[in-house]
Design a protein around this ligand. Structure first.
Ligand code: HEC
Ligand code: HEC
Ligand code: HEC
Ligand code: HEC
Length: 157
């Protein structure tokens, strides 16, 4: 065969060898050990353990109820029952070890995130009772009048 045929052929072979070598070095040894099915088995076996050990930031309200029983009980009976504690207090991480206490945010902004009247009539935002923060009780925080764990209006007086 002529040089102009052989040269590209060699180049192609070298390229394939390079790619295969790179694959051998770069793909972790526990990749695809569960079989050849591309659909179910093409993952690194160690990834399962890695994700199991991945630290969880949010614990959910059942966890809080173990120690903050009163807050859990009152909020469960209120209109805020569907809101997770960590929605207002931030991720628990390893609380009460680290951090020892969670944030208490008494700002108007915390409440207005959900309660500010927004002009989207067709959205479910309308289902949340809303108010205009520029008109009502500007100098006061909302929690001076409303208990966030029990915002039920019948209990206000
Ligand atoms: C194992 C018990 C335990 C669990 C579970 C727990 N906490 Fe606490 N929490 C504590 C302790 C202890 C403190 C610090 C003492 C205190 O202020 O009551 C604290 C403090 C707090 C504070 C600050 C209180 C203050 O007056 O400054 C908030 C807010 C709080 N926790 C929210 C939560 C939330 C939300 C959860 C669930 C994601 C939770 N905690 C789960 C024990 C716990
Ligand atoms: C809608 C937002 C919101 C939700 C949801 C919420 N909190 Fe609070 N929480 C607050 C605010 C605001 C304060 C401060 C209230 C004040 O000082 O008047 C507070 C205060 C606290 C405190 C310290 C004062 C106290 O009552 O002992 C703890 C502990 C606490 N929350 C735990 C919880 C737990 C547990 C849950 C879930 C069961 C929860 N919170 C759900 C907003 C919220
Ligand atoms: C001075 C006390 C006071 C302050 C401060 C206050 N509220 Fe109210 N709020 C009330 C009273 C009283 C009612 C019930 C009577 C009414 O509708 O006016 C009410 C009603 C509401 C309602 C129900 C409205 C409805 O249509 O059913 C929401 C939601 C509300 N407040 C959120 C907030 C938020 C968010 C803040 C802070 C930005 C806030 N409030 C500040 C006293 C207060
Ligand atoms: C994550 C969204 C969210 C946040 C944050 C939030 N709320 Fe609410 N709030 C709701 C929802 C949802 C309802 C109940 C709507 C319904 O079912 O009628 C509600 C209901 C209320 C009501 C009416 C209770 C009644 O009896 O009708 C008041 C008052 C209220 N919230 C005050 C507050 C205050 C004060 C804060 C801040 C400390 C706050 N909310 C933070 C979502 C939120």
């Amino acid at each position: 065969m002529r040089n102009h045929v052989l040269r590209p052929l060699f180049a192609a072979i070298v390229l394939v060898i390079l790619i295969l070598t790179a694959r051998q070095i770069m793909v972790p040894s526990d990749f695809g050990v569960h079989g050849d099915s591309f659909t179910y088995n093409f993952y690194r076996a160690g990834a399962v353990k890695d994700w199991k050990n991945f630290p969880v930031s949010y614990k959910g309200r059942q966890y809080c109820a173990e120690c903050h029983e009163d807050n859990a009980e009152s909020i469960a009976k209120s209109k805020h029952a569907i809101i997770q504690c960590e929605n207002c207090h931030g991720p628990a991480m390893d609380h009460p070890d680290n951090p020892e206490a969670l944030t208490i945010n008494r700002s108007r902004d915390l409440c207005l995130r959900c309660h500010m009247a927004l002009p989207y009539p067709s959205s479910h935002r309308e289902d949340i009772p809303s108010m205009n923060p520029d008109e009502d009780d500007l100098e006061k925080t909302c929690v001076e009048c409303h208990n966030p764990h029990n915002p039920n209006l019948e209990d206000m007086e």
